[in-house]
Design a protein around this ligand. Structure first.
Ligand SMILES: [Zn+2]
Ligand SMILES: [Zn+2]
Length: 338
């Protein structure tokens, strides 16, 4: 497809070589300028380009499905992966007003790239990025192994005798889901990575910019199976609180729940957000995890019915959750198309 004036991925094209062209056939869903639309029949349905060729080149995305042309994944995911491996924020931010849209539309997509497009539109940079991803995954695997062996080194005796009262008095163990700028999270499955929590919070509050860039907004202690998050403003924190599912414990305390992957985090306000209270030494982290496990059991004491639900129902539930996540993803893309 080198001599064409469109960029359509193989999946969308489905091997079709006959395309109908209409000049200025529609407005680009991104820059709103009229552009040459291509119609074609592929995979037994009529497909058409939704964004102009220049916008597609600036973002290195397919003009139909708007997925990255190199990796065939949504741009947010592409940018997030690249942010992780490059250690700096990579983001495809769309213009919020007409003037900015026009301004960006004037830039030549052959040279002007947005977000991770500068990487995936360049074969050398892509190869470098893939190498970094490989290294990052290797490093994560290693640190997981180290964590596992550290966990194994903690003897039950040292855990049971560990004194964590200096930690628990700083934690909101009797807390409720009241208004606050920071929150305590527990019932955290150690397999859930920090980024998944960050993503779930971003999705809930509708922005990735909820963290305070001047201080640590997220602290997760996988070994103690808990963590804390702090929002940069009371407004976003309130949006988060109201967006959570809430439940009432047998002790008549209202707490929040947040589904992250296959696990439901329990959340209460933590106005005195104190990172060090999450524990440092292995034994105290393990002891804290034990205490929090008991807390979770008492939170869920009336939810025994749900707990003893047959396994197939559970699986159905989790696939439903991932389905709704998928539809949310698709919807996000649809929003741009509207
Ligand atoms: Zn455009
Ligand atoms: Zn496509």
């Amino acid at each position: 497809m080198s001599n064409t004036d469109f960029s359509i991925c193989e999946d969308c094209l489905g091997g079709q070589t006959r395309l109908t062209r209409s000049f200025n056939g529609a407005e680009c869903k991104i820059c709103t300028l009229p552009f040459t639309v291509y119609h074609f029949k592929a995979n037994s349905k009529v497909n058409r380009t939704l964004i102009c060729h220049n916008c597609s080149k600036q973002r290195n995305v397919c003009q139909c499905c708007m997925l990255d042309l190199q990796w065939h994944i949504p741009v947010e995911l592409r940018d997030r992966i690249l942010s992780t491996v490059q250690g700096s924020q990579v983001a495809t931010q769309e213009a919020q007003n007409e003037m900015m849209k026009r301004f960006i539309a004037l830039k030549n997509g052959d040279t002007y790239k947005v977000g991770g497009a500068s990487v995936t539109s360049d074969s050398v940079a892509t190869a470098d990025a893939v190498e970094s991803i490989r290294k990052t995954v290797g490093r994560l695997q290693k640190s997981q192994e180290n964590r596992d062996s550290a966990k194994a080194r903690v003897t039950p005796a040292s855990v049971s005798t560990a004194d964590v009262s200096h930690l628990t008095k700083k934690l909101p163990l009797k807390g409720t889901l009241s208004s606050a700028q920071s929150f305590f999270i527990y019932n955290l499955d150690p397999s859930i990575p920090e980024w998944a929590i960050v993503d779930a919070v971003s999705e809930l509050v509708g922005t990735v910019a909820w963290q305070d860039p001047t201080s640590t907004s997220v602290t997760i202690n996988h070994m103690a199976r808990c963590g804390g998050i702090r929002f940069k403003s009371v407004e976003i924190a309130e949006k988060f609180r109201l967006g959570l599912q809430s439940f009432v414990t047998p002790a008549k305390t209202t707490k929040g729940k947040l589904q992250v992957q296959n696990s439901k985090l329990h959340i209460v306000a933590w106005p005195q957000y104190h990172r060090a209270a999450l524990g440092i030494k292995n034994a105290e982290c393990s002891k804290l995890a034990q205490i929090l496990d008991k807390q979770v059991q008492s939170d869920l004491a009336t939810a025994d019915v749900a707990k003893s639900a047959p396994k197939p129902a559970k699986i159905r539930k989790s696939s439903k959750a991932s389905e709704s996540k998928k539809s949310k993803r698709t919807k996000r893309i649809m929003d741009i198309e509207l």
